[in-house]
Design a protein around this ligand. Structure first.
Ligand code: AMP
Length: 178
């Protein structure tokens, strides 16, 4: 559980942009966090403390999952693995496809970077429907590793993302909830 001060500071800093990128979406813009290095440090300290001793590697989801994920991995002194959208990583790769509202998408990792039996933290900036995160978790399990935690700065209530992740039996942590 993050401190009340951290939660308050983040609530004041993260901007809500109504109807972006399409009508009906309340877009949460995390970019003002990077204008405040002390706040960024506090976010990393909170996310790293929550995972300390519980994970052997961190997987970050492209692209906002990298902004905090790498720093969490460095703080924990564990490897960081990039989960990328299709076509960006050179071979050999492992992929997982998943359904979007319209059509489908593919995410990938470099083969061999995730090791069998590793306890993995999957990190992204925000949990909405959980579709991307669920695909990331399948990609991790496909490689013989175990998803032991999911972490986000923000969890959006009402989109059932957390329910979708329940089947992996891993802790779901977010600093803020809207
Ligand atoms: P989902 O797969 O639905 O959980 O979507 C998660 C991804 O979409 C995250 O990587 C977010 O960066 C992005 N995203 C979804 N909804 C929002 C939102 N309301 N504000 C900002 N980013 C969002």
């Amino acid at each position: 559980m993050a401190s009340a001060e951290l939660i308050k500071k983040l609530e004041e800093t993260i901007e809500n942009i109504p109807d972006f990128p399409i009508p009906g979406i309340q877009f949460k813009d995390i970019s003002p966090i990077f204008l405040d290095p002390k706040l960024y440090e506090d976010v990393i300290a909170d996310l790293a403390a929550n995972s300390k001793g519980k994970v052997d590697a961190v997987c970050g989801i492209e692209s906002r999952g990298y902004l905090f994920g790498i720093a969490i991995a460095v703080a924990l002194e564990v490897p960081f693995i990039l989960i990328r959208k299709a076509g960006k990583l050179p071979p050999p790769i492992i992929s997982e496809s998943y359904d979007l509202e319209y059509g489908s998408a593919i995410i990938e990792t470099r083969e061999g970077q995730i090791k069998k039996g590793q306890r993995i933290l999957i990190h992204d900036d925000l949990l909405a429907t959980g579709g991307t995160t669920e695909a990331a978790a399948k990609l991790v399990e496909k490689q013989g590793a175990v998803v032991s935690q999911f972490s986000f700065l923000i969890g959006l209530k009402g989109l059932h993302g957390e329910e979708r992740l329940k089947k992996f039996g891993a802790e779901v942590y977010h600093i803020l909830e809207y």
